[in-house]
Write a protein that binds this ligand. Structure first.
Ligand code: RFL
Ligand code: PHB
Length: 389
């Protein structure tokens, strides 16, 4: 079998790229290790930058998003019992969009299915061959049968644990990593959100985030220990702990209920360089990870897809390789700024186990400066709504 592009990974990066390329008449097969239901069952991101929303529109998959999304003009930052507002709209005239990654992925799957483009699920042993030559191919097995696809280009959209990144030889690949000494325990519950906008809360018991999916579905997170498991946290224990970490007015109005999903995610900052090797391009979590504090993971995946898509269109339509040749450089320039912002927001708001009294005072001074200084708030707002592509 032959395809112009093989996309490894049917998460949001791979499906968005597939849909954009399809609209330009560029053929791409998607290989996904899991089942469709498994992929659509993942609960992850909630906040979309305008760049991501524009890409969804360009891919022709934004009808439901435009109908059902919520616009957030700012966010709340809480410190112990105090709370202040960072008003993105008033500060820089921009907003963010609340629309779950689960919905983004569903819209992309439905649109792809309507086009008849090929997605192969349950693939095993995906292996990339000859990516540093002009004739790469991908082998895999499905239902016990060995398969091969010859192609022009390979997009490695297979997340942090995928095979694409590992295909780049050690002598070429550099990795930069910071592992944080805590995780996030998240729950989804069919309860009205505690507040219209998100509340990012720093407390002496650790970080908490109040988010949502819609008027009847809330998403909450608390910083937890890396040794915790989901079974250690009953719903009641979760709600009690959340109440202790958010301002009293929010705690008093919090509506609780049974969780319908509960999971723990470790926090990590990670970047691979370069993001291209020969005819293989890494996109999204396959190339970089951010801690979720700045809501940048999916959004940074989207900017990668933008650069790669533009590059491939420039190549296939005009025969000009400039865009794909500069893909890694362009993507990384934006990735590192998202990494910095996510690291900063994580450091600002979490309790690290080894913090000294001095470290705590530094953290407090940083938060106070943000509360009092409009320029500092503008810097935060500019990064949070998303840097230009
Ligand atoms: P994904 O979503 O991991 O998808 C990769 C896909 O590749 C498949 N795969 C393979 N397929 C074939 N062969 C192989 N060998 C394969 N290995 C893996 C996998 O099954 C999977 O389907 O990566 P992608 O597409 O790059 O998307 C990245 C985003 O999912 C991620 O960055 C965000 O979810 C991060 N994130 C957030 N990002 C935001 O922009 N805003 C947020 O508010 C936000 N909140 C979050 C988050 C991530 C979280 N967790 C759980 C890590 C909140 C949380 C709790
Ligand atoms: C979410 O709603 O899941 C969410 C929102 C903001 C973040 C992280 C996660 O920073």
């Amino acid at each position: 079998m032959r395809s112009q592009v093989v996309i490894i990974g049917g998460g949001p990066s791979g499906m968005l790229l597939g849909q954009l390329l399809h609209r330009k008449g560029i053929e791409a097969v998607v290989l996904e290790r899991k089942t469709r239901d498994y992929v659509l069952g993942r609960i992850r991101a909630g906040i979309l930058e305008s760049g991501m929303v524009d890409l969804m529109r360009e891919a022709g998959v934004a009808d439901r998003l435009d109908r059902e999304c919520f616009t957030h003009d700012g966010t709340l930052i809480a410190v112990d019992r105090d709370m202040f507002h960072v008003d993105f709209k008033a500060l820089i005239g921009q907003s963010v969009t609340l629309y779950g990654q689960t919905e983004v992925t569903r819209d992309l799957y439905e649109a792809r299915e309507a086009t008849g483009a090929q997605t192969i699920f349950n693939v095993e042993d995906v292996t990339i061959h000859d990516a540093d030559t002009d004739a790469p191919h991908v082998t895999f097995s499905v239902d016990g049968q060995a398969r091969r696809i010859d192609c022009d280009y390979i997009a490695g959209c297979d997340g942090f644990h995928g095979v694409s990144r590992q295909t780049i030889p050690d002598s070429v690949r550099r990795e930069y990593e910071k592992v944080y000494p805590f995780g996030w325990l998240g729950i989804l519950s069919e309860t009205p959100p505690v507040n219209e906008e998100l509340i990012y809360a720093s407390s002496e018991r650790g970080f908490a985030l109040c988010s949502m999916r819609n008027a009847a579905l809330s998403r909450y997170y608390i910083q937890c220990s890396l040794s915790d498991s989901v079974e250690d946290w009953s719903d009641d224990a979760f709600w009690d702990e959340l109440r202790r970490r958010i301002p009293e007015e929010a705690a008093d109005s919090l509506v609780t209920g049974p969780s319908i999903e509960k999971s723990i995610a470790p926090l990590r900052s990670f970047v691979t360089e370069p993001m291209r090797w020969g005819r293989l391009f890494l996109c999204g979590d396959a190339a970089h990870i951010v801690p979720p504090t700045g809501a940048k993971g999916l959004n940074t995946a989207a900017s990668d897809i933008h650069y790669l898509y533009e590059g491939l269109v420039q190549l296939y339509e005009a025969g000009d390789p400039e865009g794909i040749d500069r893909y890694s450089e362009r993507a990384l320039a934006r990735v590192w700024k998202a990494e910095r912002f996510s690291w900063w927001m994580t450091t600002l708001l979490h309790r690290f186990p080894d913090m000294s009294e001095f470290d705590l005072r530094m953290q407090r001074a940083d938060i106070d400066f943000l509360r009092e200084n409009r320029d500092a708030q503008k810097v935060m707002a500019t990064n949070y709504v998303g840097l230009p592509y």
